[in-house]
Design a protein around this ligand. Structure first.
Ligand code: ZN
Length: 46
């Protein structure tokens, strides 16, 4: 699960395992309708 750093909404996304090594992702947010930094709040097992 990731949390948008802009609107703070959390949502489930499918993250490949190598990306889960990062604490932040630059990702598309459908609520902000733009790419924002997302904080990974829970690791998803591969
Ligand atoms: Zn957002």
């Amino acid at each position: 699960m990731v949390r948008c750093g802009s609107c703070r909404r959390e949502r489930v996304v499918k993250i490949s395992y190598h990306l889960s090594d990062f604490k932040h992702l630059y990702y598309w947010c459908p609520f902000c309708r733009k790419n924002t930094y997302h904080e990974i709040v829970e690791r998803i097992a591969p």
